[in-house]
Design a protein around this ligand. Structure first.
Ligand code: NAD
Length: 330
């Protein structure tokens, strides 16, 4: 099968070629999939995409006209795919449901630890022989209340790690996780979670119901000075409202690995460019904001699992096997 891989980085090529056990004919394109670049898919049997590729109705119509019947996502989230259109055109969409939930949960913890103990500032200071401790004060994580929004695979691991620090864990989810309940995690309505947590970490998917879950109203409910961590999807947080809350000191600190407008920024080196996004520029100006560019998943284990599962997904489709990782419109 001939597969066009979009948004390719050197590491995607490395891990895909290493795990190409079914000898698929892979072509790697650096461009992001959009209506402008979809023509690269002509002549292929399937396409492989990542988080910021646009698999919208227009793109799917074009893929259909090229007789492409398979889209394999090398990620878990599928908010960038028009599943209804895919179903209408009989294009199968497969994903990698879990590659390393530990990687993402551990990155959320890394953001908490770095923000709290100001490791990013300390690193720069010491390199300039500034050994002063002024304004590097943090707080003990032990004994704090941590609110976990979304207790699926990643949220559950995150909750257990934070429990290990000696934190009280409260959670909000539309489905309760039995294992966490047994571990003493208390489920609360979202409003109560927000008003009682010292640290809030988002691990729910981006859905119409979770879009801008964190906005001016929910930010007001938080404890003054609380820390907010988002490693899930950018649009869970209204970044402009978060900026206002940071300016008023209502929000104590913010750690994000995802950003609503990340499509035009993340995964590339823009260090010599003028960035037109004033929201990210303002966020970067705060000493109590830490931003990483969607790297929470980025471990050797995760890249291996992504490559292996993607190859198995394509093979399942080719062989007519059950499509265990299909994402369906519902
Ligand atoms: P999961 O499906 O195992 O868990 C998601 C949980 O969210 C489920 O328990 C679900 O019931 C809950 N949920 C659904 N709607 C909700 C709502 N309205 N309010 C609260 N909870 C709700 O998913 P996962 O593997 O734990 O991944 C979570 C998210 O992490 C993904 O959706 C993805 O966006 C993000 N992610 C980010 C990275 C990264 O590199 N930053 C990598 C992988 C996944």
């Amino acid at each position: 099968m001939k597969i066009a891989v979009f948004s390719t980085k050197a590491y995607d090529k490395e891990y895909f070629e290493k795990h190409n056990q079914y000898q698929f004919d892979l072509s790697f394109y650096k461009v992001r999939l959009t209506e402008e670049t979809v023509d690269f898919a002509k002549g292929y049997d399937a396409i492989c995409t990542f988080v910021n590729d646009q698999v919208n109705a227009e793109v799917l119509e074009k893929l259909h006209s090229y007789d492409i019947k398979l889209v394999v996502l090398r990620c878990a989230g599928f908010n960038n795919v028009d599943l209804e259109k895919a179903k209408e055109l009989d294009i199968k969409v497969l994903r990698v449901p879990a590659y390393s939930p530990h990687a993402v949960a551990e990155h959320a913890v890394a953001l908490i630890m770095a923000l709290n103990r100001k490791i990013h500032k300390a690193y720069n200071r010491v390199r300039e022989l500034n050994f002063s401790l002024e304004r590097l004060t943090g707080f003990d994580i032990y004994g704090k209340t941590v609110g976990v929004v979304g207790t699926g695979k990643i949220g559950a691991i995150f909750a257990k790690i934070m429990k290990g620090f000696g934190c009280k864990i409260v959670a909000f989810d539309v489905h309760k996780n039995e294992e966490l309940l047994k571990e003493g995690v208390e489920y609360l309505p979202l409003e109560e979670l927000l008003s009682t947590s010292d640290i809030i970490s988002l691990h729910c998917p981006l859905l119409p119901s979770t879009h801008h879950l964190i906005n001016k109203n929910t930010l007001k409910l938080m404890k003054k000075g609380a820390m907010l961590i988002n490693t899930s999807r950018g649009a869970l947080v209204n970044a402009k409202h978060a900026i206002k809350a940071l300016k008023s000191r209502q929000l104590g600190s913010l750690g994000i690995d995802v950003y609503e407008m990340e499509e035009k920024l993340f995964f590339r080196d823009l260090s010599e460019k003028i960035v037109n996004d004033d929201v990210i520029a303002r966020l970067l100006s705060f000493p109590n904001v830490l931003i990483t560019s969607h790297q929470a998943f980025f471990t050797d284990e995760a890249l291996t699992e992504i490559a292996k599962t993607t190859m198995n997904n394509i093979e399942d489709f080719r062989s007519g096997n059950e499509l265990i990782n299909e994402v369906k419109f519902s």
